[in-house]
Design a protein around this ligand. Sequence first.
Ligand code: SF4
Length: 372
Amino acid sequence: MKAIYIHIPFCNHICTYCDFYKMVAKEELKKKYIDYLIKEIEMKKEYLSDIETIYIGGGTPSSLSLNLLEQLFQTLAKYISLENIQEFTFEANPNDVTIELANLLKKYQVNRISLGVQSLNRRILKILGRKHNKKSVYQAIRILKSVELTNINADLMYGIGNERFRIIKKDIRRLINQKVTHLSAYSLIIEEKTIIGRQLALGKFKPMDPAKEARIYRKICSFLTKNNFIHYEISNFCHSGYQSKHNLIYWNNLNYLGVGAGASFYIDNIRYTNIMNLQEYFNGIDKQELNYLETTKLTDEERMSEEMILGLRKLEGVKKESFQAKFGIDIYQKYPFLSDLISKNLIIDDNVFLKVPTDKLYLINEVLVNFI
Ligand code: SF4
């Protein structure tokens, strides 16, 4: 097991578009959660000896107090040699970044920060229900750099209402000037049970036209690559050497461990999702038998399908030889329709990899649907 994901389901406030498992909670509940999270880590300690990447996400991990975070880090340090970890990512809300938090992260060998920026534009931030502003993002980056936490990702969101590309371009330029090493750009997906979803149902929110959204996506890709960012996954861009090692484990369809309510993990062809209910999560740990939202044993057919769907998200694509070695079947024999996709220029075969051409990435769903 090379990777562990740790889920912190708490936020200081709820954003209008958010469909993740999260809640606003009192300190008492957060404390109880960390106690149980530590117990779950201990239940899984035999998996931890070879861990190379750690990702603490949420929710908002930075909404925990320093005291609770330190308890969590101490437990990780007990079972994992943190000094040997290749990548240790911590997700933070820009408003939560203080020098005390930065020092604590540094002390426990965190070496990558993912900031939930989404936008630097006041109007867009208001639509998204985010409480930070441009200044607080700059200040967070300054504090992180002051303790030499320089590997910083900024999450950005596009496709919001009638937003123009020039707004996003301005944000990207500002973040480049702040010397972030990594940018993730995701389009707004409107989910029914969110605040924006309800506004949409009432006719109070106008979604972006998909053709316009695709144009913006292509412009983002081109602007970032012109600015020396490597486009390595459909929504992810970085400076050379700063690809997210942890996320590549997901996209390479490898095993990873997960802990925390709502966390997913993948072990020996079974996908697990921990229960998304705190009381049931606590009960499971008390019984030393975790409660799951779902466990799915993948058939060979499903494993191959996931290999293609996840692998084609990477610009490098799927290595033909690795597919054959993993599944014992030639990729063209398994998916004869690949030749048709190649003739339509939706897939390229460069002799080693099969990949979606960069100028067709906006059509990736048309490609992936074939593998379902
Ligand atoms: S988007 Fe992030 S910060 Fe906002 S509610 Fe969801 S998990 Fe919390």
